[in-house]
Design a protein around this ligand. Structure first.
Ligand SMILES: [Zn+2]
Length: 280
C-alpha cells in the first residue's frame, strides 16, 4: 500500500540483535548428567494410545523420555509444577530464551511469576536434523496445539480428539475433575518430534512429515517435581493434515528414569528472584 521511503535500504540494513542473551543463563553442563544417565533405571512407563493423551509424574532429579514406538508420530507436551498447576510451561519465553525449536541443552521454562527451569533437555536423537532447506526444524515451541475451536472456525466441524481436548480429558482424569474444569490449565505445548517452520515467502506456519522413527527419543531432566501430559496428535507425523480421523496415528511412550542416589547433585531451582512490586 505504501511506497518505501528513500532510505528504506538503510533502515533494513540495521543489524539483528539477539533479544535475550542465552549466554547469561547458567551454562548447560552435560557432565552433570553423564554419570546419572549411565546408571539410571527405568521406574515407570506410560503408553499413550493414538489420538489420546496420558499423564505422568516425575520427581525433581529424575529423567523422562518421550519415545517413538510403532510409527512416526508427533506429541504435544504440557508440563505443570506437580504441587501447583498454576505454574506451567511457558512456550513463548522458552522460544525467546532459546530458539523456535529446542534440543539438547535447552531448558523448558515456567510461566510468570515463577520463570524458572522446569526441565532440561539432556538427549535428543533427532539433533542431527538441524535446519532444512525450508527453514524447518524439530521440536518446536512455535505452535500452540491443535484445538477444536480453531478447527470449528475453519471447517464448521465438531472434532473431539485435537490435542487440546486430549490433554483436557487426560488432566481431568488425573485430577478427578471435569474436562471443562481441566481445560483452563491446558497451555501452549512443546511440539515433540514435530517438524515445522515459517514459509520463506509469506512467513506462515507450516508443518512437514516428522523425521522421527521408532526408537527415537527426547530426554529431559526434571528440575522440579513435574506433572506431565502428552497428547498423540491426530495429525500423526503431521505430513498431511491434522484435526481429523483419517491420518495414520501411532502411540507414544513416556519412560521415567531414576538415577543412582548420589550420581547427581541436584538442587531444585527457586522461583524467580524478581521482587514482584512492579514499581509500586
Ligand atoms: Zn495436535
Amino acid at each position: 500500500m505504501n511506497a518505501p521511503p528513500s532510505d528504506a535500504a538503510q533502515r533494513r540494513a540495521e543489524p539483528a540483535i539477539i533479544c535475550y542473551r542465552s549466554d547469561q543463563l547458567p551454562a548447560y553442563d552435560p557432565g552433570k548428567f553423564a554419570a546419572a544417565r549411565q546408571s539410571m533405571q527405568k521406574i515407570n512407563e506410560v503408553i499413550v494410545p493414538p489420538r489420546d493423551a496420558g499423564t505422568f509424574e516425575v520427581k525433581a532429579g529424575q529423567f523422562f523420555r518421550i519415545v517413538s514406538v510403532e510409527g512416526s508420530q508427533v506429541g504435544d507436551l504440557n508440563l505443570w509444577n506437580a504441587g501447583n498447576l498454576d505454574e506451567r510451561f511457558f512456550s513463548g519465553k522458552t522460544r525467546q530464551l532459546h530458539a523456535s525449536h529446542v534440543t539438547t541443552g535447552d531448558r523448558l521454562w515456567s510461566n510468570l511469576p515463577s520463570l524458572r527451569p522446569m526441565a532440561t533437555i539432556t538427549h535428543d536423537t533427532l539433533d542431527w536434523y538441524g535446519w532444512d532447506e525450508d527453514g524447518a526444524g524439530v521440536h518446536d515451541v512455535i505452535g500452540t496445539r491443535c484445538d477444536p475451536y480453531t478447527n470449528y472456525q475453519l471447517q464448521s466441524l465438531h472434532y473431539h480428539y485435537c490435542c487440546h481436548s486430549n490433554l483436557s480429558r487426560a488432566l481431568a482424569t488425573h485430577q478427578n475433575i471435569t474436562p471443562q474444569q481441566a481445560e483452563p490449565h491446558i497451555h501452549d505445548v512443546l511440539n515433540v518430534f514435530m517438524c515445522t517452520g515459517f514459509t520463506l515467502d509469506t512467513h506462515q506456519y507450516f508443518m512437514k512429515a516428522s523425521p522421527v522413527r521408532p526408537g527415537d527419543f527426547i530426554e529431559f531432566f526434571a528440575e522440579i517435581d513435574l506433572l506431565g501430559a502428552l497428547s498423540t496428535c491426530p495429525g500423526g507425523n503431521c505430513g498431511s493434515s491434522h484435526s481429523d480421523d483419517t491420518t495414520p496415528c501411532f502411540p507414544l511412550m513416556v519412560e521415567v528414569y531414576q538415577p543412582d542416589g548420589d550420581s547427581i547433585q541436584h538442587r531444585t531451582p527457586p522461583p524467580n528472584g524478581y521482587n514482584g512490586t512492579h514499581g509500586v
